[in-house]
Design a protein around this ligand. Structure first.
Ligand code: ZN
Length: 267
């Protein structure tokens, strides 16, 4: 579905990169388990248990899967180990407010991080899995993400580096949110709640927000700490309390509301 050329023969493609979407299942060795909610039968049935983050067959060909793996491999250490990189002085962290710090990532190349984020929103919007049902980003933005991703497509790191040097990326501002600590690391959420503008994705310890253009950013704090320019490569780090309220409690409340609404509908 990305290249629209080769047969989409890959099975079990992760829609959200596996390296950031499975932490809430708990430590390796323990019973790894999550719960799937759909806002329909929570009041009458036990939630389904799941053991992996969402994956889908036949959306990518071998080549496009390889390309996404290159983006993921290049970005994984910076997202997974940003705290260690701040501690070692590799990344710079600045306090902005009592509940907000900002980390400037020195790696990966900011265009690689941007492509990874674009790929997540694109994958979520083309997915037909239940968790992404109704998650339809503006078609012109979806097509812009697809064309941009395709433009930089490479099957090895040397070609990817060459593309970074020679091609021009279309800029859609995006933000990455995370927290320094969590009330409960196994209580985080995967959710595709808002496909609007901005669109958002909850991916375990990270939140991603995508704006169609700079003019769509209404809050100054988002304008200051999102990634607008080609060289921007920053993460907003919020307090444990704010993370819990916005990224854990709110999505669960939305499911509960939906379930109540559905259960009161006449059958
Ligand atoms: Zn392909």
């Amino acid at each position: 579905m990305l290249c629209q050329a080769n047969a989409a023969n890959k099975t079990n493609s992760h829609i959200l990169p596996r390296f950031i979407s499975t932490g809430f299942f708990g430590a390796k060795g323990a019973q790894r388990r999550g719960f799937a909610f759909n806002g329909e039968n929570e009041l009458s049935l036990k939630p389904r248990t799941v053991q992996d983050s969402p994956k889908e067959n036949y959306i990518l060909c071998d080549e496009c899967e390889t390309y996404f793996s290159l983006l993921e491999t290049a970005s994984a250490p910076s997202l997974k180990f940003w705290q260690a990189k701040v501690a070692s002085g590799k990344f710079k962290m600045t306090s902005i407010k009592s509940y907000l710090k900002v980390v400037e990532m020195a790696t990966p190349d900011p265009v690689i991080m941007r492509l990874l984020v674009y790929s997540m929103f694109w994958r979520a919007t083309v997915s037909s899995l239940e968790i992404f049902e109704g998650y339809d980003i503006d078609p012109s933005l979806t097509e812009s993400l697809r064309c941009t991703l395709l433009k930089f497509k490479a099957l090895n790191n040397a070609d990817l580096q060459a593309n970074l040097g020679s091609k021009k990326i279309i800029l859609h501002p995006y933000s990455i949110l995370t927290a320094e600590s969590y009330r409960d690391e196994t209580a985080n959420v995967l959710a595709a709640i808002n496909p609007g503008n901005p669109a958002s994705l909850n991916v375990d310890k990270f939140g991603f927000i995508l704006f169609k253009s700079e003019a769509d950013i209404s809050e100054q704090v988002m304008a200051d700490f999102s990634n607008l320019k080609i060289t921007d490569n920053q993460i907003m780090v919020v307090s444990e309390q704010l993370w819990h309220e916005v990224m854990v409690k709110r999505p669960l409340e939305m499911v509960a509301q939906q379930a109540r609404k559905n259960s009161s509908k006449p059958q």
